[in-house]
Design a protein around this ligand. Structure first.
Ligand code: SAH
Ligand code: SF4
Ligand code: F3S
Length: 460
């Protein structure tokens, strides 16, 4: 086994300030929360999982569906009560709302929840320390949701010791696609790609801190067009090739891709780059061309199927995953059946499926033919049953095979670890903690819809 740094634990000194961070939404928010935590560590903050002892509570929010956004306000109610309880014993608590609800609602948050001290959009969180010192100086509620020219990534401190052998790395942000149901172009702004050199440097720093796998993140990650050598724009495939040359980095993944930007060179990379894992998350949203047109997806169901054929031609074993929306305005039973048919045709290893949620300011929210909650629920249940069948089939097909598993953390039972197969399947096996961060051959013995269990080769 190779020696390398392990994820470390930080013991807080008694006088340290504590920050509680709750993360909603997508992986990019998970990445942003880590970067906020690091920026705050430089100011003497240590993360706590106990909100009652937090001097600073941050909700890193998601605006994608109504439920996620509304949850923020119920949490803010609880935080307000905690804040006044702590004030009685002379303790100050700053409440911050970050992320996509902050961006979308801005001042409105402070109006609805006056206990909030700070509202920071996703492009402004590098300025957290500055805003906190202004609050300490006595300034009242502060709201910052501009899209600044400065690059937040340049202003953030270097990466801290890794919490896991697998890390996220944001390479692209924002989206210009304007699907008619989606808030992301409004909350994250226009597409922006980070330069290749900065990403290679961050990947090296992560590896030096114990990371073995990176998942490249972007709302539209395959639209990546970052500045490369001599100022030339580099594609995602080009970036992956450069990252593949980082010593010690053993696995590369990326998410989320749009079918329109699935270029030949990216497909080819799946055949050529050994470190690029055989997994592709490619949302199709609906199997009905009429609904796809109303969604402004700019692809048909057939385009999607042909695209998957091209990917499978170079990488037959690739695990496909997707996002699907049911109950988009005007969706008929026949449209929904087309979605179910497409799911059966492709055979997804994994999928995320959602009931359409009308979002303020998006074109679809004012379209005719809004579908009732009962119909949406019924369609989602039916779809999820079909999807689960597919996931189980995919997993069962790996029983008896031996796969390299990257062990990430302790499992639920003593003496057990959990890790990921190349196909992103969750794998449990009996193994000691010394295997965390290692890639080990595991023979799969059993499979369910959501996980596999196996034994380390050579251990029996
Ligand atoms: N950038 C990614 C994902 C964006 S949000 C992409 O383009 O695929 C993740 C998923 O949430 C979307 O793929 C979509 O399936 C779902 N989603 C977005 N807006 C939604 C809405 N208004 N109602 C329900 N689901 C939605
Ligand atoms: Fe939203 Fe994705 Fe469409 Fe962009 S491509 S608007 S992020 S669903
Ligand atoms: Fe949600 Fe914003 Fe991500 S709306 S899905 S947190 S980009």
């Amino acid at each position: 086994m190779t020696a390398h740094p392990r994820p470390s634990d930080v013991e807080p000194a008694p006088e340290t300030k504590r920050v509680f961070i709750k993360t909603f939404g997508c992986q990019m928010n998970v990445y942003d929360s880590e970067r906020m935590s690091e920026a705050l560590a430089a100011e003497g903050y240590v993360e706590t999982a106990d909100v009652a002892e937090a001097d600073l509570a941050i909700l890193n929010t998601c605006h994608i569906r109504e439920k996620a956004a509304e949850k923020v306000y119920s949490d803010l109610g609880r935080l307000r009560d905690l804040k006044s309880l702590r004030a009685k014993s002379g303790k100050e608590t700053f409440i911050t709302v970050a992320g996509c609800v902050a961006q979308a609602e801005g001042d409105e948050i402070v109006r609805r929840a006056p206990a909030v001290d700070l509202v920071l959009g996703p492009q402004n969180y590098h300025r957290l320390p500055e805003f906190l010192s202004r609050l300490r100086g006595g300034e009242a509620a502060l709201v910052e949701t501009a899209f600044p020219d400065e690059d937040k990534f340049k202003a953030l401190p270097a990466r801290s010791p890794a919490k896991s052998a697998s890390a996220f790395l944001t390479v692209q942000e924002g989206c210009d696609k304007f699907c008619t149901f989606c808030v992301v172009p409004y909350t994250r702004g226009m597409e922006f790609s980070r330069p290749v050199a900065a990403l290679v440097e961050e990947a090296r720093a992560l590896v030096a801190r114990g990371v073995r796998e990176v998942t490249l993140l972007g709302q539209n990650v395959n639209g990546y067009h970052g500045e490369g050598a001599e100022g030339h724009a580099t594609t995602l495939a080009g970036l992956i090739r450069q990252l593949a040359s980082v010593d010690g980095l053993q696995r590369i993944r990326y998410t989320t891709s749009h079918p329109r930007d699935m270029t030949d060179d990216l497909i080819a990379a799946h055949a050529e780059e050994e470190k690029l894992m055989p997994y592709l998350h490619l949302p199709f949203q609906s199997g009905s061309d009429r609904v796809l047109a109303a969604m402004n997806r700019k692809h048909t169901a057939d385009d999607y199927l042909r695209l998957i054929e091209r990917v499978r031609a170079v990488r037959p074993d690739i695990a496909m995953s997707t996002d699907i929306i049911v109950g988009f305005p005007g969706e008929t039973d026949a449209d929904f059946e087309a979605t179910v048919d497409l799911v059966k045709t492709v055979g997804f290893a994994y999928a995320y499926s959602f009931k359409y949620s009308a979002r303020p300011g998006t074109p679809a929210s004012s379209m005719d033919g809004q579908v009732s909650e009962a119909v949406k629920r019924e369609r989602l249940e039916r779809l999820q049953a079909v999807l689960e069948d597919g996931h189980r089939q995919f997993n069962v097909a790996t029983v008896g095979k031996t796969m390299p598993v990257l062990f990430e953390k302790a499992g639920r039972q003593d003496g057990q670890l959990v890790g990921r197969s190349p196909y992103l399947q969750l794998v449990q096996a009996d193994a000691g903690p010394e295997f965390i961060g290692e890639i080990v051959d595991v023979e799969v013995r059993a499979a369910g819809a959501n996980s596999l269990s196996g034994v380390i080769r050579g251990s029996m």
